[in-house]
Design a protein around this ligand. Structure first.
Ligand code: ADP
Ligand code: MG
Length: 212
């Protein structure tokens, strides 16, 4: 299974060592299909069922690109719910535990604004949140996306089902045109294709067929 070993990727040595210590021995199929493209800086649409390891696919991509010395928001992960955002932030922190002084901040609806504004004033490298609340911070000017390098839409199909289209558009308008965009979804309905056509640049498709 050497072709699916994480060591075949050009990851930083400490990220690779941490994967071994976490018991991540080889890439899952969706990781094997998407990570080489993600690490090459390409836009990627990755479709795979729940539990296929999509979080680590984009998590490793954004951690590999991150410059921890630049204390600016370099990646933004959008998730449909607070529970999912918390899970994603937890997985990113786990993958990032060898990177000193890294700041991963969650910004979700249903939480008070004041502490979020305080946290944003302190700064962060990576933001994980729900579209409505992120849009509000962008509008208020409390979240600046000028230095964003990677935008990730996680569970994009669910975000659209939940009516987040307008919030997504507003956030994308505030992000730099020159960026990497990664879209993760369990399904690929026409609405997702039309969003991808608008916001992505020559995306590579990574798809793992369900076995049942
Ligand atoms: P998805 O987003 O596709 O539903 P997750 O990213 O939540 O899936 O991953 C499901 C589980 O698999 C998580 O507990 C994660 O820690 C674990 N996992 C991810 N990648 C690997 C890997 N390469 N080896 C072992 N476990 C992994
Ligand atoms: Mg997921």
């Amino acid at each position: 299974m050497s072709q699916t070993a994480f060591s075949t990727l050009n990851l930083h040595a400490d990220l690779l060592k941490n994967l071994t210590s976490l018991g991540y021995e080889s890439m899952t199929p969706i990781q094997a299909q998407s990570l080489p493209h993600i690490l090459a800086g390409e836009d990627v649409i990755a479709q795979g069922k729940t539990g296929s390891g999509k979080t680590a696919a984009f998590g490793l991509g954004l951690l590999e690109k991150l410059n921890v010395k630049r204390f600016r928001v370099q990646s933004l992960v959008l998730c449909p719910t607070r529970e999912l955002a918390d899970q994603v932030a937890k997985e990113i922190r786990k993958l990032a535990r060898t990177i000193h002084n890294i700041k991963v901040l969650t910004l979700c609806g249903g939480m008070p604004f004041g502490p979020q504004i305080g946290s944003l004033e302190h700064g962060a490298h990576i933001i994980v949140g729900t579209p409505g609340r992120i849009e509000e911070h962008v509008r208020k000017g409390t979240l600046n996306l000028d230095d964003l390098e990677i935008l990730i839409l996680d569970e994009a199909d669910r975000m659209l089902e939940m009516g987040f289209q307008d919030s997504l558009d507003e956030i994308i308008d505030a992000a730099p045109q020159r960026r990497q965009t990664l879209l993760f979804s369990a399904t690929y309905p026409p609405q997702i294709k039309s969003v991808a056509d608008r916001i992505m640049h020559k995306p590579v498709m990574a798809k793992v067929e369900s076995t049942h």
